[in-house]
Design a protein around this ligand. Structure first.
Ligand code: SF4
Length: 153
Protein backbone atom coordinates (compact mmCIF):
# COMPACT_ATOMS: atom_id res chain seq x y z
CA UNK A 1 0.00 0.00 0.00
CA UNK A 2 1.06 3.58 -0.47
CA UNK A 3 2.91 5.30 2.34
CA UNK A 4 0.16 7.98 2.51
CA UNK A 5 -2.27 5.45 3.90
CA UNK A 6 0.25 4.20 6.46
CA UNK A 7 0.93 7.78 7.57
CA UNK A 8 -2.76 8.53 7.96
CA UNK A 9 -3.34 5.38 10.00
CA UNK A 10 -0.73 6.44 12.52
CA UNK A 11 -1.72 10.07 12.83
CA UNK A 12 -3.79 11.09 15.83
CA UNK A 13 -7.26 12.18 14.77
CA UNK A 14 -9.42 14.28 17.08
CA UNK A 15 -13.18 14.43 16.88
CA UNK A 16 -15.36 17.54 16.98
CA UNK A 17 -18.98 17.00 17.94
CA UNK A 18 -21.91 19.19 17.09
CA UNK A 19 -23.20 17.95 20.43
CA UNK A 20 -26.81 19.13 20.20
CA UNK A 21 -26.96 20.09 16.54
CA UNK A 22 -28.20 23.71 16.34
CA UNK A 23 -30.01 23.75 19.69
CA UNK A 24 -29.07 26.84 21.68
CA UNK A 25 -30.59 28.87 24.52
CA UNK A 26 -29.39 32.16 23.05
CA UNK A 27 -30.13 33.87 19.75
CA UNK A 28 -27.15 36.00 18.81
CA UNK A 29 -27.73 38.25 15.80
CA UNK A 30 -24.46 37.21 14.25
CA UNK A 31 -25.00 33.46 14.65
CA UNK A 32 -24.47 31.62 11.39
CA UNK A 33 -25.61 28.26 12.73
CA UNK A 34 -28.53 28.11 15.17
CA UNK A 35 -32.00 28.87 13.80
CA UNK A 36 -34.10 27.98 16.86
CA UNK A 37 -34.23 31.59 18.06
CA UNK A 38 -32.90 30.76 21.50
CA UNK A 39 -35.82 28.38 22.11
CA UNK A 40 -34.69 24.80 21.63
CA UNK A 41 -37.49 22.25 21.56
CA UNK A 42 -38.32 19.98 24.50
CA UNK A 43 -36.37 17.16 22.88
CA UNK A 44 -32.73 18.16 22.55
CA UNK A 45 -31.02 16.91 19.39
CA UNK A 46 -28.27 14.82 20.90
CA UNK A 47 -26.78 11.65 19.54
CA UNK A 48 -28.50 8.38 20.33
CA UNK A 49 -26.79 6.36 23.10
CA UNK A 50 -26.27 3.27 20.94
CA UNK A 51 -24.57 5.31 18.21
CA UNK A 52 -22.49 7.20 20.77
CA UNK A 53 -21.22 3.89 22.16
CA UNK A 54 -20.56 2.44 18.71
CA UNK A 55 -18.61 5.48 17.65
CA UNK A 56 -16.49 5.73 20.82
CA UNK A 57 -15.76 2.01 20.75
CA UNK A 58 -14.59 2.10 17.12
CA UNK A 59 -12.69 5.36 17.57
CA UNK A 60 -10.86 4.07 20.62
CA UNK A 61 -9.92 0.90 18.78
CA UNK A 62 -7.95 3.14 16.39
CA UNK A 63 -6.45 5.43 19.03
CA UNK A 64 -2.69 5.64 18.84
CA UNK A 65 -2.04 6.54 22.45
CA UNK A 66 -4.26 9.63 22.45
CA UNK A 67 -7.94 10.39 21.92
CA UNK A 68 -9.46 13.84 21.89
CA UNK A 69 -13.06 14.98 21.89
CA UNK A 70 -14.13 18.58 21.22
CA UNK A 71 -17.73 19.24 22.25
CA UNK A 72 -19.37 22.18 20.52
CA UNK A 73 -22.93 23.30 19.84
CA UNK A 74 -25.31 25.09 19.49
CA UNK A 75 -24.95 25.15 23.25
CA UNK A 76 -23.44 21.77 24.21
CA UNK A 77 -24.49 21.89 27.89
CA UNK A 78 -28.09 21.49 26.71
CA UNK A 79 -27.19 17.82 26.18
CA UNK A 80 -27.32 17.46 29.96
CA UNK A 81 -24.78 16.21 32.46
CA UNK A 82 -25.95 12.60 32.14
CA UNK A 83 -24.96 12.71 28.47
CA UNK A 84 -21.42 13.78 29.29
CA UNK A 85 -21.19 11.28 32.16
CA UNK A 86 -22.14 8.59 29.67
CA UNK A 87 -19.54 9.85 27.19
CA UNK A 88 -16.63 9.88 29.67
CA UNK A 89 -17.70 6.48 30.99
CA UNK A 90 -17.62 5.04 27.45
CA UNK A 91 -14.25 6.68 26.82
CA UNK A 92 -12.82 4.98 29.90
CA UNK A 93 -14.41 1.65 29.04
CA UNK A 94 -13.09 1.45 25.50
CA UNK A 95 -9.76 3.28 25.66
CA UNK A 96 -6.81 0.96 25.21
CA UNK A 97 -4.55 0.88 28.26
CA UNK A 98 -2.29 3.91 28.45
CA UNK A 99 -4.43 6.10 26.18
CA UNK A 100 -4.42 9.81 26.99
CA UNK A 101 -8.00 11.09 26.76
CA UNK A 102 -8.70 14.79 26.25
CA UNK A 103 -12.06 16.56 26.38
CA UNK A 104 -12.64 20.19 25.47
CA UNK A 105 -15.93 22.04 25.39
CA UNK A 106 -16.93 25.38 23.88
CA UNK A 107 -19.91 26.93 25.64
CA UNK A 108 -21.70 30.26 25.91
CA UNK A 109 -21.33 29.79 29.67
CA UNK A 110 -24.93 30.59 30.62
CA UNK A 111 -25.71 27.14 32.04
CA UNK A 112 -22.53 26.58 34.03
CA UNK A 113 -23.21 26.10 37.74
CA UNK A 114 -21.37 24.44 40.63
CA UNK A 115 -22.30 20.95 39.45
CA UNK A 116 -20.95 21.58 35.98
CA UNK A 117 -17.82 23.17 37.39
CA UNK A 118 -17.23 20.10 39.57
CA UNK A 119 -17.81 17.81 36.60
CA UNK A 120 -15.35 19.71 34.42
CA UNK A 121 -12.76 19.65 37.17
CA UNK A 122 -13.25 15.94 37.89
CA UNK A 123 -12.73 14.97 34.25
CA UNK A 124 -10.18 17.65 33.45
CA UNK A 125 -12.20 19.27 30.66
CA UNK A 126 -10.68 22.23 28.87
CA UNK A 127 -13.53 24.77 28.96
CA UNK A 128 -13.79 27.61 26.44
CA UNK A 129 -16.40 30.27 27.26
CA UNK A 130 -17.40 32.71 24.53
CA UNK A 131 -18.64 36.04 25.77
CA UNK A 132 -19.90 39.01 23.83
CA UNK A 133 -21.59 42.19 25.01
CA UNK A 134 -24.79 41.07 23.28
CA UNK A 135 -24.83 37.79 25.20
CA UNK A 136 -24.37 39.57 28.52
CA UNK A 137 -27.38 41.79 27.78
CA UNK A 138 -29.45 38.81 26.60
CA UNK A 139 -28.75 36.96 29.85
CA UNK A 140 -29.92 39.96 31.83
CA UNK A 141 -33.12 40.24 29.81
CA UNK A 142 -32.08 43.47 28.19
CA UNK A 143 -31.78 42.72 24.51
CA UNK A 144 -34.64 44.07 22.44
CA UNK A 145 -36.16 42.44 19.37
CA UNK A 146 -34.66 45.28 17.39
CA UNK A 147 -31.30 44.07 18.57
CA UNK A 148 -30.41 46.90 20.94
CA UNK A 149 -29.24 46.81 24.50
CA UNK A 150 -32.14 48.02 26.67
CA UNK A 151 -30.80 47.10 30.07
CA UNK A 152 -28.85 49.82 31.76
CA UNK A 153 -28.80 48.69 35.39
S1 SF4 B 1 -24.45 31.24 21.69
FE1 SF4 B 1 -23.36 30.50 19.83
S2 SF4 B 1 -24.68 28.93 18.91
FE2 SF4 B 1 -25.92 30.11 20.38
S3 SF4 B 1 -26.92 31.69 19.13
FE3 SF4 B 1 -25.04 32.60 20.00
S4 SF4 B 1 -23.47 32.25 18.41
FE4 SF4 B 1 -25.21 30.88 17.93
Amino acid sequence: MGCGVATLEHRHVGVMWKTVSEDCNLACDYCYYSTCGGKPGPKINRIDSAILEKFIKEYMARAQGAASFAWQGGEPLLAGMEFFEEAVSLQARYAPKGTSIGNSIQTNGTLINDRWAAFFKKYNFLVGVSWTVQRIFMMRGGWTRAGRAAFTG
